[in-house]
Design a protein around this ligand. Structure first.
Ligand code: GLA
Length: 395
């Protein structure tokens, strides 16, 4: 299956010609991701198991002949114009503030400059088929696609993890979301038919084979959240508070990895209830991802699916990042024939669920998910099959 959306590429290339008078020199592609296991643990020294998906951001670009970058978001019909100076103030060259979407490319340029690089001004038309704000890392795919573009023009050879780190830094320092490294990592490092497995403490990573005969189904509840204003940064702070408390009680604890559920049980009555709940999710999720690696190495999809179901319950009850629509979609998925496991994916507070299904049951599952969800909630949904795909490239 080709993972390139040729129709979308054709449209941005045509728009590029029309706007800038010639074909783009290059096209960068950077995928979104689906996380299968290890949620809200990348910023807690845990392990994550995402896969890059077949949906991506495409950046058609050439060097600009001026000191100014002209960047058009094709889907939004909006353009930003910035220089390496104006982005220090999060402004365009005419002094107006950058719109929110413009913070992603500008943030990447700014972080590159801070790191000693000289990103060249560029002319860009970009578009994405990753649904925005849905938990599939649309933002990270934009950051990584732009970094890939500037890397190409600069001729720099940056290690993969370094690229992911730079984009993560742009999101934390420029956009203001205190995120972990998982999304940018998956967008850079994705591989076809593989599940990635990243140790977020050492940043060592490996790939595991995606089990045969299993399909990844994504169901978008179409309920949206915004990470910048949502509970994401709050969860981050709550986790820090939980760790600080446990460190005061248990000698030698440097991260959540050093704490067991039994340890937590000894002290949870002394903690604020919600702080103890956050810790319970993180500690149990780290355990699940450690078990999952052995389970997947022996190809036991049923046991892996069981862990996925447990993760949903933990995100719902202890980390409290689910919502009624996500719970409804997950319940429908888990009740279907051929479903190995299903849960919300990404940060939560709305967005998508991921389910692993027996390939032979997929058509039926897609139909059932959208019909039952609409019956139960009155909302429409977007349900589709995806596959694990390769990370960012110049096409
Ligand atoms: C968002 C963040 C990631 C990660 C997930 C939750 O996608 O960008 O770093 O924390 O939420 O697992």
């Amino acid at each position: 299956m080709s993972t390139i959306n040729s129709a979308l590429v054709d449209r941005i290339v045509a728009q590029f010609r029309q706007r800038f008078g010639s074909a783009p020199e290059f096209i960068a592609r950077a995928p979104g991701r689906v996380n299968l296991l290890g949620e809200h643990v990348d910023y807690n020294d845990g392990f994550v198991m995402p896969a890059a998906i077949d949906r991506a951001t495409y950046v058609a670009f050439s060097r600009s002949t001026e000191e100014v970058s002209h960047i058009e978001a094709f889907d939004l019909h909006e353009t930003v114009e910035f220089s390496n100076d104006s982005i220090s103030y999060k402004k365009q060259i005419d002094g107006s503030p950058l719109p929110e979407w413009g913070l992603y490319p500008a943030g990447v340029a700014k972080i590159l400059i801070d790191d000693g690089f000289e990103p060249e001004p560029i002319n860009v038309i970009f578009a994405s088929d990753v649904p925005r704000g849905s938990g599939l890392s649309s933002s990270a795919s934009v950051e990584v696609a732009f970094l890939t573009a500037w890397q190409q023009l600069g001729g720099w050879s940056l290690q993969k993890i370094r690229r992911a780190r730079l984009c993560q830094k742009a999101e934390i320092e420029y956009v203001g979301v205190n995120c972990g490294i998982m999304d940018q990592f998956a967008s850079v490092c994705g591989e076809e038919n593989k599940i990635l497995c990243l140790d977020c403490q050492s940043l060592d990573w490996k790939t595991l084979n995606f089990p045969d005969g299993v399909a990844i189904v994504i169901a978008d509840t179409t309920v949206r959240r915004k990470l910048t204003s949502g509970g994401y940064n709050t969860r981050h702070d709550e986790c820090e508070a939980a760790l600080r408390f446990l460190q005061q009680k248990i000698p030698g604890v440097t991260s959540f990895r050093d704490v067991s559920i039994a340890d937590l049980d000894c002290y949870s009555s002394l903690m604020l209830e919600e702080i103890a709940k956050r810790a319970r999710h993180v500690i149990s999720e780290i355990d699940r991802t450690i078990n999952a690696q052995t389970i997947l190495e022996r190809g036991d999809i049923r046991a892996f699916g069981h862990l996925i179901n447990e993760t949903h319950a933990s995100l719902r009850d202890f980390f409290e990042v689910s919502c009624p629509e996500l719970d409804t979609m997950v319940e429908i998925a888990q009740s279907l024939e051929g479903c190995f496991g299903a849960r919300l994916t990404g940060a939560g507070f709305g967005g998508c669920i991921v389910g692993l299904f027996d390939e032979s049951e997929v058509d039926y599952a897609i139909e059932k998910l959208s019909v039952s969800y609409s019956k139960k909630t009155g909302l429409s949904s977007d349900v589709f099959v995806t596959c694990s795909s390769r990370g960012a490239v110049i096409l």
